[in-house]
Ligand binder design. Structure first.
Ligand code: BGC
Length: 812
């Protein structure tokens, strides 16, 4: 898919120059630093409003990071990539732009287009694929969609931010060919085809230079070779050096107000360390962005004709079912036979896990769990539910059964204001404080109210946050001490785990008073004012064997058992990598036991990235649901009942960790060599001669497909497929390009094109795919240029990297 290169307009450039001409050095450098966590200062003298940025890939959080300001939550980026549908990604982008406008956000901090180099990458769920071409195509659709709604994007994290361990300091050693062919490739494709208005430079270092100062990669390649004319914003707190940053092409240092830009940059110019013209270049980029999003007086915004309003709930439900990958379906166990009974099992079936952790988190106004979805879709009396196994070992934000508010006091204990607390999580940033409350007067916050237990037994209460806390439950003080950080990452304040601090025996349905008081302490290692802490809770823990036995009994009594297994926020989030690919807790034992009790066991794997499935040959069906977004349970009911087919194909290889070819994510002496070179994902599995559990591109639907013919004219490939099954369906026709002469330095084959086609049963369809020139090129390190490799190639057409149905040979 190609888009038009919509270069900036003369009108915008004129307005930018006019505005620039009116700014003095101090105003210019002030504009290059955040005024707070998410925004830039307004400059009324040039008619510039404050530019607001917000995360992130699966929703628009807005400037408030709490459940009090809900957002539509889309499926995880891995799910979006599993649709193999750039047009759907574009529609997702349109919805995100709509959300951004609703929340007063001008720029979305997304998409993440780093690659799935290793399945252990902690933020794997937040990136699209192991394949650079698929990543580029999905990212292009996404950026086109967001920007068609007049909202900017920052394609991130430029570049080689493919793991989380020591992310602020790691020096990734990546050869130029590997950078060009893999890690830079999606950025290049998106710049070329979607013309993004922004890019975010990563925390990490590449080949000895930190990315926020990388003159070669930013100024020479991104801006010089590719012609990128947008803004380069640092990842949050990644800007480390005033001169290094500005010389390295970094336009914006975020967040603020304490950054290496602003006054420090003005001083560097006055001291002669930086030319003012270098500052001007950055200011131009920021003003151009402001003009594009319509907040610079005198410039017409890039988009004046907004797309039609999207029904967010409908669209996220459609994306979810289009993303579900039916990996196994023995004897057509799915869709569920009509009129049959279902035992739904699993903690995540009731308390749905719809998104991954970290900065991508948003707070949806509603979440449809699998239990909600199936209850609505199945006839009364046909559904039972059992927990089976609960993988969550840690306490969750106090929510169900809690009624809380936040009371703010000054140092004398006088109440100065009261804030709403939809759950036990307080996160107030910058000036986002309850009415009447100022940072100067605010001394303590008390989360106070009642808790009415669902179940009797021993309840655990806990605290997440740093500093002094007092925890009281039912009149007793359980904790009155100071919590200290356990890890040297400033974001631990946001992403760390809660500490259990009280165990209390409670009676079902009897409300008790709860109170958590925190003496406000602003983090010293973050350049912003953020108050964040959480009252956490966990219900009574049952004997795991008993829970499994109950689930087995439920499975035995039903026609079909549907087990939802999931990862937790401790497994897939930001700031750390995964240690293994196992499902946490007793979930594997649960599936083995349920499968032994009911041959029609369907397992729904609710994770953003690969997990091991040691039971997969024992069960009838395996459906990978990713993090399916807020309507996930409704979408699940859609596909289980057969109202729709699951449409996804794997954007990444799923295999056992012991077999995975690339697993090193932990730097040694600060360095992480990408020694596997150009071989990651399926190209590495093929090179190693290993068979994964489910290959790249794999995914079944509810119908069958016959591949009838392939014809190639030049580099245009025409494929005829027939829907040879009994219902309508959508096929993703995949085209792999394999050099005929084997070359050990080159992958055996690579994805070079794909397209989706929907037909009625019995119908034939012809699809046409144009192979891009780049598919035939390699980066020649000696010449420092792309080199077209002439010769003979096999065009391999099929349903996955291993299920290749047709071939044709071409000479180029
Ligand atoms: C993440 C970015 C995110 C930023 C702002 C960082 O920690 O790496 O992806 O956009 O925070 O929340």
């Amino acid at each position: 898919m190609t888009g038009t290169r919509t270069s900036t307009s003369p009108d915008i450039e004129e307005a930018v120059e006019a505005a620039l001409g009116k700014l003095d050095l101090d105003a210019k450098t002030r504009l290059l630093a955040g005024q707070d966590m998410w925004s830039l200062p307004a400059l009324p003298e040039i008619g510039l409003e404050s530019l607001v940025m917000s995360d992130g890939p699966i929703g628009v959080r807005g400037v408030r990071w709490t459940a009090g300001d809900p957002s539509v939550a889309l499926p995880s980026p891995t799910a979006l990539a599993a649709t193999w549908d750039p047009a759907l990604a574009r529609r997702a982008g349109t919805l995100l732009a709509q959300e951004a406008r609703r929340k007063g956000v001008h720029v979305l901090l997304a998409p993440t287009v780093n690659l799935h180099r290793s399945p252990l990458g902690g933020r794997h769920f937040e990136a699209y694929s192991e394949d650079p071409f698929l990543t580029g195509e999905i990212g292009t659709g996404y950026v086109q969609g967001v920007q068609s709604g007049g909202v900017g994007t920052t394609v991130k994290h430029f570049v080689a931010n493919d793991a989380e361990t020591d992310r602020f300091t790691v020096n990734n050693l990546v050869g130029e060919r590997v950078l060009r062919e893999l890690y830079l490739a999606p950025f290049e494709a998106i710049v070329e085809n979607a013309h993004p208005w922004g890019i975010m430079t990563a925390y990490n270092t590449v080949n000895g230079t930190t990315m926020t100062e990388h003159h070669y990669l930013v100024n020479e390649i991104l801006r010089g070779e590719w012609g990128f004319d947008g803004v380069n914003v640092s990842d949050w707190t990644a800007a480390r050096d005033t001169v290094g940053g500005i010389e390295g092409g970094l336009d914006l240092a975020m967040p603020g107000p304490d950054t290496v830009y602003g006054e420090a940059l003005a001083q560097a110019v006055r001291d002669g360390g930086v030319e003012e013209s270098t500052v001007d270049k950055a200011v131009r980029n920021v003003l151009r962005l402001a003009a594009r999003v319509g907040i610079l007086e005198g410039a017409t915004a890039a988009v004046t004709d907004l797309p039609e309003t999207v029904d967010g709930e409908e669209l996220v439900r459609e994306i979810a079912r289009r993303a579900f990958v039916l990996a196994r379906n023995e004897d057509r166990a799915l869709p569920l036979p009509p009129e049959s009974t279902v035992a739904l099992i699993g903690a995540a079936a009731r308390d749905a896990r719809v998104l991954g952790g970290g900065s991508a988190v948003v707070f949806p106004a509603r979440v449809v769990s699998p239990l909600d979805g199936l209850t609505a879709a199945l006839p009364d009396g046909s559904l039972s539910y059992a927990v089976g196994a609960d993988p969550t070992t840690e306490l969750a934000v106090a929510d169900k059964g809690f009624e809380l508010r936040a009371v703010c006091r000054d140092a004398d204990g006088t109440v100065i204001g009261t804030g709403s607390a939809p759950n036990g999580h307080i996160q107030w940033m910058g000036s986002d404080l309850p009415e009447g409350v100022t940072h100067d007067r605010l001394h303590s916050i008390e989360l106070t109210g009642t808790f009415t237990p669902r179940e009797a037994g021993r309840h655990t209460f806990g605290i997440k946050g740093l500093g002094a806390f007092v925890l009281r439950v039912d009149g007793t003080t359980y904790y009155d001490e100071v919590q200290h950080p356990a890890k040297d990452d400033p974001f631990i304040t946001f992403f760390g785990a809660p500490e259990p601090r009280a165990q209390v025996d409670l009676v079902a349905d009897r409300p008790v008073a709860v109170s958590l008081t925190h003496v406000v302490r602003l983090p010293e290692d973050l350049p912003l004012r953020v108050i964040t802490f959480t009252l956490a809770h966990q219900g009574p823990q049952r004997d795991p064997d008993e829970l499994i036995a109950e689930a087995v009994a439920a499975a035995r009594a039903a026609d079909t058992a549907v087990v939802v297994v999931a990862t937790t926020e401790r497994v897939e989030s930001e700031g750390f990598d995964r240690k293994d690919l196992r499902l946490p807790g007793r979930q594997d034992d649960l599936v083995h036991a349920v499968a032994a009790a009911n041959p029609r066991t369907v397992v729904v794997v609710n994770s953003g990235s690969p997990v091991e499935m040691p039971w997969r040959d024992e069960v009838a069906a395996v459906l990978l649901s990713w993090f399916p977004g807020q309507e996930g349970g409704a979408a699940l009911a859609d596909v289980l009942t057969g109202a729709y087919e699951p449409g996804g194909r794997l954007p990444t290889t799923w295999g056992a960790l012991a077999d995975a070819p690339v697993t090193k994510v932990v730097p040694v002496d600060g360095e992480l060599p990408y020694s596997e070179g150009v071989f990651i994902g399926y190209t590495a599995w093929e090179k190693a001669g290993r068979t994964p559990v489910y290959p790249f591109g794999h995914g079944l639907g509810y119908t069958d497909w016959t591949y009838e013919s392939v014809e190639v004219h030049g580099t245009t490939v025409k494929v005829r497929v027939r829907n040879s099954g009994e219902r309508a369906g959508r096929e993703v026709v995949q085209i792999y390009l394999a050099p005929t002469e084997s070359d050990p330095g080159r992958p055996a084959r690579r994805l070079a094109g794909f397209t989706g086609v929907t037909t009625a049963p019995g119908e034939t369809a012809e699809v046409t795919v144009q192979l891009p020139r780049r598919a035939f090129e390699i980066w020649d390190e000696t010449r420092g240029a792309w080199s077209f490799v002439k010769g003979s190639y096999e065009i391999q057409v099929g349903r996955s990297i291993t299920d290749r149905r047709l071939t044709a040979t071409i000479n180029v």
